[in-house]
Design a binder for this molecule. Structure first.
Ligand code: ATP
Ligand code: MG
Length: 480
């Protein structure tokens, strides 16, 4: 047995070892001074290890040992409300966490026979998304856009909206500034979301190896809840920086660079991560001895683009892996249409099956109206005199766009969304001047929140459309 080796070269966060003949890919290695590392590549005469702790104390010639174990992180309910690093150590409480269970970070995703189709809605509380880009539990939906277009805000809103809905949320921070992470934590605290949220953090100041394993750590924790038959949601903020950290490690190890200097297997880096989010079926749960409802793990990866270019390497890869994308547009954001969702370029390929029937029926028309509006708008820039019908259509399109605007952390319940959709469908908004649309919308939502209608009307009620129309009429009569 040759299960030890010696350090030959120390790079920035990566070491080359001679020996370790029995090392396996992904295995945990322990050094003389108890530092830990993971086997990253197996070469003919050497093994490369990425380091999870400091590498300053490591020197050439030091000894290291195989552990015969794949790297493991803690999982379990006790992690809820905690901020963890990518090794699963808790950062926000002083005493050590009592860990009951650990699990390996790299796993094979559930296969075709273990999955069930997505059919339960996951409400985000964002009008434009719930109406036009519906998300189902177990889906993977990409949030993509340039820097500072509100990507993190959408992700946070989705977490905030899961309050009291029995969904466990995980926020994985990869390569962000510490100040951004603090901002996120403060917002979650302010909205009392930490009681069902876990944060896994690998900020820009952490090593490339830590940034590289952080999403897998988060995913493993999520899978634990999924396999208990619970609903879980995970946000990877963001996978562009994850790809950068992987590229950094690969270039240090002199792997041949490919397109944009990424190594050849960068597609697999993200596909093996995102394939792990799923809705599993009874068969799968039986294997795990769970006899509850089918668990789900819904993923929201975030990708940052440069100048809105979705055709560069990492964006196209992740677009092709996920079940749809929410595309955020800088020009919309700058013209104060926020959330800056470009409805034309955004899709949800599986969520339609999970949408409430009435919402589906009403939002189909709006999608078409908005598409026509965009086309007309770009067309009308060329000609100055328009006929009255076109002018009307343009004005209505503008009003619908304004009705879909939403402030951050101001989530809409499904009934409140229905009210907005019915206002559009029944042309209640036509008589209101453009500059008063936002005021009108704010007032009617305030009115509805005051009378608490969500408490006594269910979205599945057959007469819901009639009830809601009555409420809108009442409001309009009152305000006149
Ligand atoms: P980064 O690229 O730095 O990660 P980001 O795309 O995650 O940025 P955010 O940090 O979410 O963007 O948002 C950028 C700014 O836009 C924030 O100041 C936020 O308050 C503002 N913002 C986001 N969404 C909205 C909204 N719906 N209405 C008004 N302001 C918004
Ligand atoms: Mg962000």
């Amino acid at each position: 047995m040759n299960n030890y080796g010696f350090i030959n070269k120390v790079y920035d966060g990566v070491v080359e070892i001679i020996g370790l003949k029995n090392a396996k890919y992904g295995e945990m290695i322990i050094f003389e001074n108890y530092e830990k590392g993971i086997v990253f590549s197996l070469n003919k005469n050497s093994v490369n290890i990425v380091l999870l702790n400091n590498f300053e104390n490591l020197k050439q010639g030091q000894k290291c040992f195989c552990t015969n174990k794949v790297f493991e992180v803690p999982v379990g309910e006790e992690l809820i409300g905690k901020i963890l690093n990518s090794k699963g150590e808790c950062l926000n409480i002083k005493q050590k966490l009592k860990i009951k269970k650990k699990d390996i970070i790299e796993k094979i995703a559930p296969g075709v026979m273990d999955r069930e189709s997505v059919n339960e809605p996951l409400l985000t509380g964002i009008k434009a998304i719930d109406a036009m880009i519906p998300i189902g539990k177990g889906q993977r939906e990409l949030i993509i856009g340039d820097r500072q277009t509100g990507k993190t805000t959408i992700a946070l809103d989705i977490i905030i909206n899961q309050k009291n809905k029995n969904v466990i949320c995980i926020y994985v921070c990869i390569g962000q500034k510490i100040s951004s992470l603090i901002n996120v934590v403060n917002k979650l605290k302010k909205h009392n979301c930490l009681e069902y949220t876990i944060i896994v953090s690998a900020t820009a100041s952490d090593s490339a190896a830590e940034q590289y394993i952080a999403p897998y750590t988060g995913c493993t924790i999520g899978e634990y809840f999924r396999d208990l038959g619970k609903d879980c949601l995970i946000i990877y903020d963001d996978l562009t920086k994850h790809a950068w950290s992987y590229r950094q490690i690969s270039l240090l190890l002199k792997r041949p660079p490919g397109r944009e200097a990424y190594p050849g297997d960068v597609f697999y880096l993200h596909s093996r991560l995102l394939e792990r989010s799923s809705k599993v079926n009874n068969l799968f749960l039986k294997k795990k001895n769970v006899f509850k409802k089918n668990g789900t793990l819904t993923a929201f990866p975030i990708i940052e683009t440069l100048e809105g270019d979705v055709t560069s390497f990492i964006p196209t890869n992740v677009i092709s892996i996920t079940d749809g994308q929410i595309f955020l547009d800088t020009s919309l954001f700058n013209s104060n249409i926020r959330p800056a969702i470009n409805v034309g370029l955004s899709v949800s390929r599986v969520g339609g099956a999970a949408q409430y029937k009435i919402i589906k029926k009403l939002s189909g028309d709006i999608r078409i109206m908005l598409a026509q509006y965009r086309e007309l708008e770009s067309f009308s820039k060329f000609s100055s005199d328009l006929d009255s019908e076109t002018k009307n259509q343009l004005q209505n399109g503008e009003k619908i766009t304004l009705l879909m605007k939403q402030k951050p952390h101001n989530n809409y319940s499904i009934i409140e969304l229905l009210i907005i959709l019915l206002i559009i469908k029944n042309d209640f908004f036509i008589k209101i001047p453009v500059n008063q649309i936002e005021y009108f919308e704010e007032k009617i939502i305030q009115y509805v929140r005051n009378i608490n209608i969500s408490d006594y009307i269910s979205i599945n009620n057959n007469n819901i459309e009639y009830y809601i129309n009555e409420i809108i009429n009442n409001f309009i009569i009152k305000s006149i």
